[in-house]
Ligand binder design. Sequence first.
Ligand code: ZN
Length: 393
Amino acid sequence: MNKKIFTNVKVAQTYGIIEDGIVAVSGGVISAVGTRDDYDTISRMLASEGAAEEIEIIDGRGLYLGPGLVDIHTHASDVQFFTEDPIACAQHHLMHGTTSVFPALYFSFTPEQYIAAIDQMKEASQKPGGINIAGVYMEGPFLNPKFGCDKENNPWKTVDPGQYMPVIEAAKDFAAVYCVAPERDNILQYVHDVKTLVPDAVFAVAHSEASSEQVEAIIPYGLKIGTHFSDATGKVHKWSDVEIVGVGPDEVVLMHDDIYAELIVDNMGVHVDPYLIRLVRKVKGDDRVILISDAYAAAGPRPEEYKDCFDINFDFTGEIAGSKLTLDQACRNMMKHSGCGIAEVFKFAASNPARAIGFNDRGEIAAGKRADIILVDSGMNVEHIYIAGNKIR
Ligand SMILES: [Zn+2]
C-alpha cells in the first residue's frame, strides 16, 4: 500500500521529540507530521491525495520514529569490503537502520581500481539489494600517505591530471564527498578540476597534517567536512626549537562554523576519547557533528588491552584497523559518551550528514522528505525500517 499512517510513535525532530505523534506517508514521501489530535485532519487529507486507496495504519507501539540513518563514510560490513560484495555490505548496514550508505573508496586504489569500484557501486545501487547505496565517498586519491596504510606503495605520487581525470569522470556526481590532504603539492589544481567537472562537489580534509593556511585555501571551493576528526590528522611544528603545540586540520574544523566534523564513536572511545567527543560537540554544536561508521574488514585477534572493544578491528600486527560499527551502535555509543538523547543522535546520524552532502530530500521526518523511516526503542535498537515508504523489515 502506498498510503500509510504511523500512529502511537514518538517522532524525532531536529528540535526535539513529538510525544504521541503521527506520521503520514504517501507515494514514498512524508506528507504530514502531527500529534494524535491531528489524526482526523491528516487521515482526511491523505485520503483525498492522489488515487483513492486504502490507508495502512501502523501502530508504532510507543517506539521512537526517526529518519533512516545516513552513513557517508564506510568501507565494509563487519566481515568484508564493499568491493568484495557490495550487496551483502549494503544489506548489513540497512538491517542496522542505514537507509543511505556511501561506500568509501580508499587511496590505496590505483586509477583502474577506483574506476572499477565506482562502476561496481553504481551497478549495485541499481539492484534491489543495493537500494541504500546512494553514492560513494572518495577517500582519496590525494591524501597524506603518512596517515594511512600502505605508506610505501601509494599509487598517487604526484597530482597528475592524466592519472586522476578518468577517475573524476567516472565518479562525477556519484561521489558525495571528495577528500584531499591540502598539503599535497599542486592540490589546488586537482580541487579546481573536480570543481569544474562537479560544480556542487563537497570537499573534505582527510589524512592530513596541512597547516591552517593550506586547509583554509580549500574552503572557497566547498570544503565542508573534516574526515574522521582527530583520526589520521597531524600538525607540523612551526618552530623546531620550541615545544609548542601546532595547529592543523582539526583546529580549522573547530574554527569554522560551517565545517562538519565526522566522528568515529566506538564503545570504549578508542578512536576518539569521550572527553574529546564532548569537546567537539560543544564547539561544533549539534548541527555540525556527523557520526560515521568507517567500518573496515580486518580479522586480526583483539589484544588483551582492548578486550572490551567489540566494535573496532585489529589487523594481524595488533594495530587498530577501523571499526566494526554500524550507525545504530555509533548512536548508542554517542548517547553513552556525550549524554545526548535520541533526537540528537538522529541529527548526528541522519539530518547532519544528509545536509552536509546536499541530500536535502532525506534525513528528517518532515513533510516533503523521502519516507526513509526507522522505528527504534529508547536504546536506539532498530526494530523497523522503511525506504521511500516501503517496508524493509
Ligand atoms: Zn580514513
